[in-house]
Design a protein around this ligand. Structure first.
Ligand code: F3S
Length: 386
Protein backbone atom coordinates (compact mmCIF):
# COMPACT_ATOMS: atom_id res chain seq x y z
CA UNK A 1 0.00 0.00 0.00
CA UNK A 2 1.31 3.44 -0.96
CA UNK A 3 1.82 5.79 2.02
CA UNK A 4 2.55 9.52 1.73
CA UNK A 5 5.55 10.91 3.67
CA UNK A 6 3.42 11.95 6.69
CA UNK A 7 1.79 8.54 6.91
CA UNK A 8 5.18 6.87 6.64
CA UNK A 9 6.51 9.01 9.52
CA UNK A 10 3.62 7.85 11.71
CA UNK A 11 4.35 4.24 10.74
CA UNK A 12 8.02 4.79 11.60
CA UNK A 13 7.04 5.85 15.12
CA UNK A 14 7.89 9.55 14.84
CA UNK A 15 4.53 10.56 16.38
CA UNK A 16 4.47 8.14 19.28
CA UNK A 17 3.91 4.49 19.93
CA UNK A 18 0.09 4.52 19.92
CA UNK A 19 -0.17 6.30 16.55
CA UNK A 20 2.43 3.89 15.20
CA UNK A 21 0.33 0.91 16.41
CA UNK A 22 -2.82 2.44 14.91
CA UNK A 23 -1.09 2.97 11.56
CA UNK A 24 0.14 -0.62 11.66
CA UNK A 25 -3.49 -1.77 12.05
CA UNK A 26 -4.59 0.34 9.05
CA UNK A 27 -1.67 -0.84 6.89
CA UNK A 28 -2.34 -4.48 7.81
CA UNK A 29 -6.04 -4.10 6.92
CA UNK A 30 -5.11 -2.34 3.69
CA UNK A 31 -2.76 -5.16 2.68
CA UNK A 32 -5.31 -7.89 3.48
CA UNK A 33 -8.04 -6.17 1.45
CA UNK A 34 -5.85 -4.88 -1.39
CA UNK A 35 -6.17 -1.12 -0.70
CA UNK A 36 -3.86 1.05 -2.78
CA UNK A 37 -3.84 3.97 -0.32
CA UNK A 38 -5.49 5.54 2.70
CA UNK A 39 -8.43 7.92 2.35
CA UNK A 40 -9.34 10.78 4.72
CA UNK A 41 -12.52 10.20 6.74
CA UNK A 42 -15.19 12.62 7.94
CA UNK A 43 -16.01 10.65 11.11
CA UNK A 44 -15.56 7.36 12.92
CA UNK A 45 -17.95 5.27 14.98
CA UNK A 46 -16.30 2.88 17.37
CA UNK A 47 -17.74 -0.43 18.59
CA UNK A 48 -16.32 -2.66 21.32
CA UNK A 49 -17.79 -0.44 24.03
CA UNK A 50 -19.76 -2.81 26.27
CA UNK A 51 -17.79 -4.55 29.00
CA UNK A 52 -20.10 -7.51 28.29
CA UNK A 53 -18.48 -7.93 24.86
CA UNK A 54 -14.86 -6.73 25.30
CA UNK A 55 -14.12 -8.03 28.82
CA UNK A 56 -10.95 -7.43 30.80
CA UNK A 57 -8.50 -7.97 27.90
CA UNK A 58 -10.24 -5.37 25.78
CA UNK A 59 -10.15 -2.94 28.68
CA UNK A 60 -6.42 -3.58 29.24
CA UNK A 61 -5.72 -2.90 25.55
CA UNK A 62 -7.65 0.38 25.64
CA UNK A 63 -5.77 1.48 28.75
CA UNK A 64 -2.45 0.84 27.02
CA UNK A 65 -3.19 3.44 24.29
CA UNK A 66 -2.11 7.08 24.47
CA UNK A 67 -3.39 9.33 21.65
CA UNK A 68 -6.55 11.20 20.70
CA UNK A 69 -9.00 10.99 17.83
CA UNK A 70 -8.42 13.63 15.15
CA UNK A 71 -11.91 13.38 13.57
CA UNK A 72 -15.36 13.31 15.24
CA UNK A 73 -15.64 9.82 16.67
CA UNK A 74 -18.73 8.44 18.39
CA UNK A 75 -18.89 5.49 20.76
CA UNK A 76 -21.29 2.57 20.22
CA UNK A 77 -23.75 1.54 22.98
CA UNK A 78 -22.25 0.33 26.26
CA UNK A 79 -23.58 -2.25 28.71
CA UNK A 80 -25.76 0.06 30.82
CA UNK A 81 -27.45 3.42 31.14
CA UNK A 82 -24.72 5.55 32.71
CA UNK A 83 -27.20 7.33 35.03
CA UNK A 84 -29.76 4.61 35.70
CA UNK A 85 -27.71 1.40 35.83
CA UNK A 86 -28.91 0.50 39.36
CA UNK A 87 -32.52 0.69 38.20
CA UNK A 88 -31.62 -1.65 35.32
CA UNK A 89 -30.42 -4.27 37.80
CA UNK A 90 -26.77 -3.94 36.74
CA UNK A 91 -24.30 -5.14 39.39
CA UNK A 92 -21.84 -2.65 40.98
CA UNK A 93 -18.95 -4.86 39.75
CA UNK A 94 -20.11 -4.67 36.12
CA UNK A 95 -20.81 -0.96 36.45
CA UNK A 96 -17.32 -0.28 37.78
CA UNK A 97 -15.68 -2.07 34.85
CA UNK A 98 -18.04 -0.45 32.32
CA UNK A 99 -17.21 3.01 33.65
CA UNK A 100 -13.50 2.19 33.27
CA UNK A 101 -14.09 1.28 29.60
CA UNK A 102 -15.97 4.54 29.07
CA UNK A 103 -13.19 6.53 30.77
CA UNK A 104 -10.60 4.84 28.55
CA UNK A 105 -12.50 5.87 25.41
CA UNK A 106 -12.97 9.42 26.73
CA UNK A 107 -9.20 9.68 27.23
CA UNK A 108 -8.79 8.70 23.55
CA UNK A 109 -11.07 11.57 22.49
CA UNK A 110 -14.06 9.41 21.56
CA UNK A 111 -17.41 11.16 22.08
CA UNK A 112 -19.50 9.33 24.66
CA UNK A 113 -22.78 9.40 22.75
CA UNK A 114 -23.00 5.61 23.16
CA UNK A 115 -25.34 5.07 20.25
CA UNK A 116 -25.75 2.88 17.19
CA UNK A 117 -27.58 5.72 15.40
CA UNK A 118 -24.79 8.30 15.04
CA UNK A 119 -26.53 9.64 11.91
CA UNK A 120 -29.25 11.08 14.21
CA UNK A 121 -26.69 13.37 15.87
CA UNK A 122 -23.64 13.80 13.59
CA UNK A 123 -23.98 15.45 10.21
CA UNK A 124 -23.10 12.87 7.57
CA UNK A 125 -23.39 13.65 3.88
CA UNK A 126 -23.61 11.86 0.57
CA UNK A 127 -20.23 10.72 -0.76
CA UNK A 128 -18.28 11.26 2.48
CA UNK A 129 -15.82 8.59 3.56
CA UNK A 130 -16.34 7.22 7.08
CA UNK A 131 -14.95 4.47 9.30
CA UNK A 132 -17.99 3.18 11.19
CA UNK A 133 -18.18 -0.16 12.90
CA UNK A 134 -21.71 -0.78 14.18
CA UNK A 135 -23.23 -2.86 11.40
CA UNK A 136 -26.67 -1.19 11.38
CA UNK A 137 -25.10 2.28 11.29
CA UNK A 138 -22.80 1.18 8.46
CA UNK A 139 -25.80 -0.02 6.49
CA UNK A 140 -27.71 3.23 7.08
CA UNK A 141 -24.73 5.43 6.19
CA UNK A 142 -24.02 3.56 2.95
CA UNK A 143 -27.58 2.90 1.83
CA UNK A 144 -29.75 5.77 3.05
CA UNK A 145 -27.23 8.63 3.11
CA UNK A 146 -24.93 7.45 0.31
CA UNK A 147 -21.79 7.92 2.43
CA UNK A 148 -19.03 5.33 2.11
CA UNK A 149 -17.80 3.01 4.83
CA UNK A 150 -16.72 -0.56 5.14
CA UNK A 151 -17.96 -2.55 8.13
CA UNK A 152 -15.02 -1.84 10.41
CA UNK A 153 -14.05 -3.88 13.43
CA UNK A 154 -13.67 -1.97 16.72
CA UNK A 155 -9.83 -1.69 16.52
CA UNK A 156 -9.95 -0.65 12.83
CA UNK A 157 -12.47 2.12 13.56
CA UNK A 158 -10.48 3.32 16.58
CA UNK A 159 -7.27 3.34 14.51
CA UNK A 160 -9.06 5.35 11.80
CA UNK A 161 -10.35 7.82 14.40
CA UNK A 162 -6.83 8.41 15.74
CA UNK A 163 -5.14 8.64 12.31
CA UNK A 164 -8.08 10.35 10.53
CA UNK A 165 -7.86 7.95 7.58
CA UNK A 166 -8.89 4.43 6.59
CA UNK A 167 -7.73 2.04 3.85
CA UNK A 168 -9.45 2.80 0.56
CA UNK A 169 -11.01 -0.46 -0.61
CA UNK A 170 -14.40 -2.18 -0.75
CA UNK A 171 -17.35 0.18 -0.33
CA UNK A 172 -15.15 3.29 -0.50
CA UNK A 173 -14.96 2.64 -4.27
CA UNK A 174 -18.04 3.34 -6.40
CA UNK A 175 -17.39 0.33 -8.61
CA UNK A 176 -17.97 -1.98 -5.61
CA UNK A 177 -21.39 -0.50 -4.76
CA UNK A 178 -23.46 -1.97 -7.58
CA UNK A 179 -26.47 -4.18 -6.83
CA UNK A 180 -25.65 -7.90 -6.91
CA UNK A 181 -29.03 -9.54 -6.27
CA UNK A 182 -32.59 -8.33 -6.92
CA UNK A 183 -35.23 -9.01 -4.26
CA UNK A 184 -38.88 -8.55 -5.22
CA UNK A 185 -41.43 -7.98 -2.48
CA UNK A 186 -45.16 -8.70 -2.35
CA UNK A 187 -47.28 -5.94 -3.88
CA UNK A 188 -49.75 -4.36 -1.46
CA UNK A 189 -48.25 -6.01 1.64
CA UNK A 190 -48.98 -3.93 4.80
CA UNK A 191 -45.36 -3.14 5.59
CA UNK A 192 -44.56 -1.20 8.76
CA UNK A 193 -41.25 -0.85 10.59
CA UNK A 194 -41.38 -4.29 12.28
CA UNK A 195 -42.52 -6.05 9.11
CA UNK A 196 -39.71 -4.32 7.21
CA UNK A 197 -37.35 -5.58 9.92
CA UNK A 198 -38.70 -9.10 9.56
CA UNK A 199 -38.35 -8.88 5.79
CA UNK A 200 -34.76 -7.67 6.28
CA UNK A 201 -34.12 -10.67 8.55
CA UNK A 202 -35.16 -12.97 5.68
CA UNK A 203 -33.39 -10.91 3.02
CA UNK A 204 -30.09 -10.95 4.96
CA UNK A 205 -30.11 -14.75 4.87
CA UNK A 206 -30.64 -14.66 1.09
CA UNK A 207 -28.11 -11.92 0.34
CA UNK A 208 -25.27 -13.04 2.63
CA UNK A 209 -22.60 -10.43 1.95
CA UNK A 210 -23.98 -9.33 -1.42
CA UNK A 211 -25.62 -5.97 -2.19
CA UNK A 212 -29.38 -6.36 -2.66
CA UNK A 213 -31.66 -4.15 -4.73
CA UNK A 214 -35.26 -4.19 -3.48
CA UNK A 215 -38.18 -3.57 -5.78
CA UNK A 216 -41.81 -2.91 -4.93
CA UNK A 217 -41.50 -0.98 -1.65
CA UNK A 218 -41.40 2.66 -0.51
CA UNK A 219 -39.96 2.66 3.04
CA UNK A 220 -39.45 5.84 5.10
CA UNK A 221 -36.19 6.61 6.93
CA UNK A 222 -36.91 4.62 10.12
CA UNK A 223 -38.11 1.69 8.03
CA UNK A 224 -34.92 1.75 5.96
CA UNK A 225 -33.06 1.69 9.28
CA UNK A 226 -35.00 -1.44 10.30
CA UNK A 227 -34.30 -3.24 7.00
CA UNK A 228 -30.57 -2.50 7.06
CA UNK A 229 -30.09 -3.43 10.72
CA UNK A 230 -31.81 -6.79 10.24
CA UNK A 231 -29.87 -7.66 7.08
CA UNK A 232 -26.58 -6.78 8.74
CA UNK A 233 -27.42 -9.21 11.55
CA UNK A 234 -28.91 -12.22 9.72
CA UNK A 235 -26.46 -11.74 6.84
CA UNK A 236 -23.45 -9.47 6.36
CA UNK A 237 -25.10 -6.82 4.21
CA UNK A 238 -23.37 -3.43 4.51
CA UNK A 239 -25.16 -1.68 1.62
CA UNK A 240 -28.54 -2.09 -0.04
CA UNK A 241 -30.53 -0.19 -2.62
CA UNK A 242 -34.27 0.39 -2.87
CA UNK A 243 -35.42 1.21 -6.39
CA UNK A 244 -36.45 4.87 -6.63
CA UNK A 245 -35.79 5.54 -2.92
CA UNK A 246 -32.13 5.25 -1.85
CA UNK A 247 -29.74 7.77 -3.42
CA UNK A 248 -27.47 5.41 -5.32
CA UNK A 249 -30.32 3.37 -6.80
CA UNK A 250 -30.62 6.26 -9.23
CA UNK A 251 -27.02 6.30 -10.42
CA UNK A 252 -26.50 2.68 -11.41
CA UNK A 253 -27.73 1.65 -14.79
CA UNK A 254 -27.95 -2.10 -14.72
CA UNK A 255 -29.92 -4.90 -16.21
CA UNK A 256 -31.75 -7.02 -13.64
CA UNK A 257 -31.57 -9.80 -16.21
CA UNK A 258 -27.91 -10.30 -15.42
CA UNK A 259 -28.55 -10.68 -11.69
CA UNK A 260 -30.09 -13.38 -9.55
CA UNK A 261 -33.72 -12.46 -8.83
CA UNK A 262 -35.43 -13.68 -5.69
CA UNK A 263 -38.87 -13.08 -4.18
CA UNK A 264 -39.90 -12.95 -0.53
CA UNK A 265 -43.53 -13.97 -0.03
CA UNK A 266 -46.01 -12.41 2.41
CA UNK A 267 -46.49 -15.75 4.20
CA UNK A 268 -42.74 -15.99 4.97
CA UNK A 269 -42.82 -12.61 6.70
CA UNK A 270 -46.11 -13.35 8.52
CA UNK A 271 -44.73 -16.64 9.87
CA UNK A 272 -42.12 -14.75 11.94
CA UNK A 273 -44.90 -12.94 13.84
CA UNK A 274 -46.21 -16.02 15.62
CA UNK A 275 -44.82 -17.80 18.65
CA UNK A 276 -44.54 -18.16 22.37
CA UNK A 277 -45.68 -16.14 25.39
CA UNK A 278 -43.18 -13.53 26.57
CA UNK A 279 -42.02 -12.14 29.93
CA UNK A 280 -40.79 -8.72 28.78
CA UNK A 281 -40.86 -6.35 25.81
CA UNK A 282 -37.91 -4.45 24.36
CA UNK A 283 -38.10 -1.71 21.70
CA UNK A 284 -35.26 0.35 20.26
CA UNK A 285 -32.96 -1.77 18.12
CA UNK A 286 -31.46 0.30 16.53
CA UNK A 287 -31.92 3.13 19.03
CA UNK A 288 -35.27 4.91 18.72
CA UNK A 289 -35.50 8.13 16.75
CA UNK A 290 -37.63 11.05 18.03
CA UNK A 291 -40.35 9.93 15.58
CA UNK A 292 -40.38 6.43 17.07
CA UNK A 293 -40.50 7.78 20.64
CA UNK A 294 -43.49 9.87 19.64
CA UNK A 295 -45.26 6.83 18.19
CA UNK A 296 -44.65 4.81 21.38
CA UNK A 297 -45.86 7.66 23.59
CA UNK A 298 -49.12 7.86 21.61
CA UNK A 299 -49.67 4.10 21.85
CA UNK A 300 -49.05 4.17 25.63
CA UNK A 301 -51.26 7.19 26.39
CA UNK A 302 -53.52 6.47 29.38
CA UNK A 303 -52.19 2.91 29.84
CA UNK A 304 -50.09 1.16 32.52
CA UNK A 305 -47.60 -1.59 31.74
CA UNK A 306 -48.16 -4.99 33.34
CA UNK A 307 -44.95 -6.52 31.96
CA UNK A 308 -41.53 -4.84 31.87
CA UNK A 309 -41.30 -2.60 28.80
CA UNK A 310 -37.87 -1.21 27.94
CA UNK A 311 -37.33 1.44 25.28
CA UNK A 312 -33.76 2.16 24.17
CA UNK A 313 -32.49 5.35 22.57
CA UNK A 314 -29.43 7.58 22.50
CA UNK A 315 -28.63 10.03 25.27
CA UNK A 316 -28.91 12.89 22.80
CA UNK A 317 -32.36 11.88 21.54
CA UNK A 318 -33.59 11.24 25.11
CA UNK A 319 -32.38 14.72 26.04
CA UNK A 320 -34.12 16.26 23.01
CA UNK A 321 -37.50 14.68 23.83
CA UNK A 322 -38.13 15.11 27.60
CA UNK A 323 -41.92 15.38 27.18
CA UNK A 324 -42.14 12.18 25.12
CA UNK A 325 -39.92 10.34 27.59
CA UNK A 326 -42.09 11.52 30.51
CA UNK A 327 -45.26 10.38 28.72
CA UNK A 328 -43.76 6.92 28.04
CA UNK A 329 -42.46 6.55 31.62
CA UNK A 330 -45.83 7.56 33.08
CA UNK A 331 -47.03 4.14 31.93
CA UNK A 332 -44.32 2.41 33.97
CA UNK A 333 -42.17 1.71 30.89
CA UNK A 334 -38.52 2.76 31.07
CA UNK A 335 -36.56 4.75 28.48
CA UNK A 336 -32.89 3.87 28.81
CA UNK A 337 -30.02 5.55 26.99
CA UNK A 338 -26.41 4.50 26.22
CA UNK A 339 -27.26 0.80 25.95
CA UNK A 340 -29.64 -1.75 24.43
CA UNK A 341 -31.34 -5.11 24.92
CA UNK A 342 -28.43 -6.93 23.25
CA UNK A 343 -25.26 -5.37 24.71
CA UNK A 344 -26.59 -4.95 28.26
CA UNK A 345 -26.71 -7.87 30.70
CA UNK A 346 -30.04 -6.47 32.01
CA UNK A 347 -32.19 -8.57 29.67
CA UNK A 348 -30.52 -11.84 30.67
CA UNK A 349 -33.01 -12.19 33.56
CA UNK A 350 -35.85 -12.95 31.11
CA UNK A 351 -36.50 -16.24 29.32
CA UNK A 352 -38.69 -14.91 26.50
CA UNK A 353 -38.71 -11.40 25.02
CA UNK A 354 -40.92 -9.64 22.46
CA UNK A 355 -39.14 -7.18 20.14
CA UNK A 356 -40.14 -5.11 17.12
CA UNK A 357 -36.77 -5.45 15.39
CA UNK A 358 -35.37 -7.92 12.87
CA UNK A 359 -31.87 -7.32 14.23
CA UNK A 360 -32.93 -8.11 17.81
CA UNK A 361 -34.73 -11.19 16.47
CA UNK A 362 -31.37 -12.39 15.13
CA UNK A 363 -29.18 -11.46 18.13
CA UNK A 364 -31.20 -11.82 21.36
CA UNK A 365 -31.10 -15.67 21.52
CA UNK A 366 -27.30 -15.87 21.44
CA UNK A 367 -26.46 -12.62 23.21
CA UNK A 368 -29.07 -12.77 26.01
CA UNK A 369 -29.78 -16.50 26.21
CA UNK A 370 -33.52 -15.79 25.82
CA UNK A 371 -36.14 -16.89 23.31
CA UNK A 372 -37.40 -14.07 21.13
CA UNK A 373 -40.46 -13.24 19.08
CA UNK A 374 -41.08 -10.28 16.78
CA UNK A 375 -44.25 -8.17 16.81
CA UNK A 376 -45.29 -4.81 15.43
CA UNK A 377 -44.80 -1.80 17.70
CA UNK A 378 -48.57 -1.85 18.35
CA UNK A 379 -48.37 -5.54 19.34
CA UNK A 380 -45.41 -4.81 21.63
CA UNK A 381 -47.35 -2.12 23.47
CA UNK A 382 -50.49 -4.28 23.63
CA UNK A 383 -48.46 -7.19 25.07
CA UNK A 384 -46.81 -4.99 27.71
CA UNK A 385 -50.10 -3.42 28.81
CA UNK A 386 -52.43 -6.46 28.58
FE1 F3S B 1 -28.10 -0.87 18.33
FE2 F3S B 1 -28.00 -2.72 20.17
FE3 F3S B 1 -29.53 -3.06 18.09
S1 F3S B 1 -26.29 -1.60 19.36
S2 F3S B 1 -28.55 -1.96 16.45
S3 F3S B 1 -29.75 -1.46 19.64
S4 F3S B 1 -28.21 -4.58 19.00
Amino acid sequence: MQLDPGEQQILDGEFGETRQKMMEILVALGKVFGAGRLVEIRSAQVSGASYKTIGKYGLEWLRSLDARAVVPAILNPVGMDRDRWREMGISPEFSEKQLEVIAAYARLGIRLECTCTPYEIAITRYGEHLAWSESSAVSYANSVIGARTNREGGPGALAAAIIGKTPCYGLHLLRNRRPQVVIDLPAGYPFDSARYGAMGYLAGKIAGNRIPLFRGIRPAADELKAIGAAMAASGAVALFHVEGITPESRIFTFSPDGLEQVSIEAAEIDRLFTGMAVEAVAIGCPHCSPRELERISILLAGKKVKKPLYVFTSRTVRGQCPALVAMIEQSGARVYADTCMVVSPAMEQFRAILVNSGKALAYVPDMCGAMVRIGTTEECIAEATA
